[in-house]
Design a protein around this ligand. Structure first.
Ligand code: UD1
Length: 359
C-alpha cells in the first residue's frame, strides 16, 4: 500500500509523524510531501528532528504569501507529484492552507482522500481555517475524527456514516510518545522558571495580532498578569513582527518573549506551567490531556470537548475577561485527568488498520 501524506505548517508535523512512522513500521510505502508553508528552522526542521520524522521525499518550498498565492502555489506544485506518485491514498492533516490545497488537487485527480482531524467546526466563517476545514471535509472520501462533536458536525452536514471513522487523537500519540523525553529538556533552567511558577502564552491568529487595538489590549492584560505570575511567550514570527512594530514588549523580565520553541521544550514548558493563555487550536487539546488550565483568547472554539472537560475556557480578546479567567485559573490547585476515548497514544495504528481495510 502507498499512502502519500502532505504536511505544510507547524501544527501538521506532530499529527503526521506518528502516522508516517506506523505506516512504515507495518511495511507500507509512506512518502511524505512538505509544501514549505512553514520554512524557518524553528517552525519546521526542529519538529522533523525531534519527532523522528523522515525527511520529506518532496519539498515544494511554497513559502509565505496571501491565501490565494499560498493555496495556488501548493496546488501547482502538488499536482505533478501526486500524478507521478499515484498513491493508493492521499492523507491531509488539520486545517491549514496546505491542507485544503492538497485536498483540491487530490480530489480532482480522483485519488482516494483521507482527512485527519475531520469534522471540527468553530462556525466562525471569518477564520481561514474554518473555510479550509469545511472544504477539505467536503472533498474527502474518508473522514478521520477524534471527538463525538466532530462526528455530529459531519452528520449534520449530510456526510454519510460510512465515511466517518472515529480513530482518536493522533496529536496525543506524539505527546504520549515524547512526554518522558521532554522531561529532560532544560528549558525551565534556560528561561529561569520554576515548575508551576509561570504561565505560557502563544498568540498568532490574524484576528488577534493584525489589529493594533486588539493586540494592544491583549498584551496590556498579559503585562498586568505578569505582575502576579511570570509569563513566557514563545513568539510566532507573524506576531513578533507586529509586537516590534508597535513597540509593545521588552524582551526580558516578568513577561519574557522567546523564539518559537521546538516540540520537546514546548511540551516541557506547558506540562510544568501553571496555566496557558493561547489562541492556538492544538494547544487546547494538549492542555486538556495534561490537565493544565487553558485560557483561549478567542470567542469560539472548534474543540468544544476541551471546554466540556473543564480545562479550557474562552476569554476572547477582552482584557478584563482575560484577567478574570487567569485569576480563576490561579486558584486551581489540582490537575484534572483526561479520559477521552481515543486520546490514548494508539491512534496511528487504528488509522493504518482503516487504510488496510479500505484497500
Ligand atoms: C498558519 C495556519 C494556522 C496555524 C498556524 C500555526 C493557515 C491559513 N494558517 O498560520 O491555521 O494555526 O500556521 O503556526 O494556513 N512566517 C515566518 N516563517 C515561517 C512561517 C511563517 O516568518 O516559517 C511568517 C511570515 O511572515 C508569514 C506569516 O508568518 O507571512 C504567516 O505565515 P502563514 O503560514 O501564512 O500563516 P500562520 O500565521 O503561520
Amino acid at each position: 500500500m502507498k499512502v502519500l501524506t502532505v504536511v505544510g505548517a507547524r501544527p501538521n508535523f506532530m499529527k503526521a509523524a506518528p502516522l508516517v512512522r506506523a505506516l512504515r513500521r507495518r511495511g507500507h510505502r509512506a512518502p511524505l510531501l512538505h509544501t514549505g508553508q512553514h520554512y524557518d528552522a524553528a517552525m519546521s526542521q526542529v519538529f522533523f528532528d525531534e519527532l523522528g520524522m523522515p525527511e520529506p521525499d518532496v519539498y515544494l518550498g511554497v513559502g509565505s504569501g496571501s491565501h490565494a498565492e499560498q493555496t495556488a502555489q501548493v496546488m501547482l506544485g502538488f499536482e505533478p507529484v501526486c500524478k507521478e506518485m499515484a498513491p493508493d491514498f492521499v492523507t491531509v492533516v488539520g486545517d491549514v492552507n496546505s491542507t485544503v490545497a492538497a485536498a483540491l488537487v487530490s480530489a480532482k485527480l480522483g485519488y482516494s482522500l483521507a482527512h485527519l482531524e475531520a469534522g471540527l467546526r468553530s462556525f466562525d466563517w471569518s477564520m481561514p481555517e474554518e473555510i479550509n476545514r469545511v472544504v477539505t471535509d467536503r472533498l474527502s472520501d474518508w473522514l478521520l475524527t477524534h471527538s463525538p462533536d466532530a462526528d455530529l458536525n459531519l452528520k449534520r452536514e449530510g456526510v454519510p456514516d460510512r465515511k466517518i471513522f472515529r480513530v482518536g487523537n493522533i496529536m496525543i500519540d506524539s505527546l504520549v510518545a515524547n512526554l518522558a523525553k521532554s522531561r529532560e529538556s532544560t528549558v525551565l533552567e534556560r528561561l529561569s522558571l520554576n515548575p508551576s511558577g509561570y504561565g505560557v502564552v502563544t498568540l498568532h491568529r490574524p484576528s488577534n495580532v493584525d489589529s493594533d487595538d486588539t493586540l494592544q489590549g491583549i498584551i496590556g492584560a498579559l503585562k498586568t498578569l505578569a505582575e502576579e505570575l511570570p509569563l513566557v511567550f514563545p513568539c510566532h514570527p507573524r506576531t513578533r513582527k507586529r509586537i516590534k512594530a508597535l513597540g509593545l514588549v521588552d524582551e526580558a523580565g516578568a513577561f519574557q518573549l522567546t523564539e518559537p520553541l521546538g516540540y520537546l521544550d514546548f511540551l516541557k514548558l506547558v506540562s510544568d506551567s501553571r496555566m496557558v493563555l493561547s489562541d492556538s487550536g492544538g494547544i487546547q487539546e494538549e492542555t486538556t490531556y495534561l490537565g493544565v488550565p487553558c485560557i483561549t483568547l478567542r470567542e469560539n472554539t472548534e474543540r468544544p470537548i476541551t471546554i466540556e472537560q473543564g480545562t479550557n475556557v474562552l476569554a476572547g480578546a477582552d482584557p478584563a475577561r482575560i484577567l478574570a479567567a487567569a485569576r480563576n485559573a490561579l486558584a486551581i490547585r489540582e490537575r484534572s485527568t483526561c479520559a477521552i476515548e481515543g486520546w490514548d497514544g494508539k491512534t496511528s495504528d487504528r488509522i493504518v488498520d482503516c487504510f488496510e481495510r479500505w484497500l
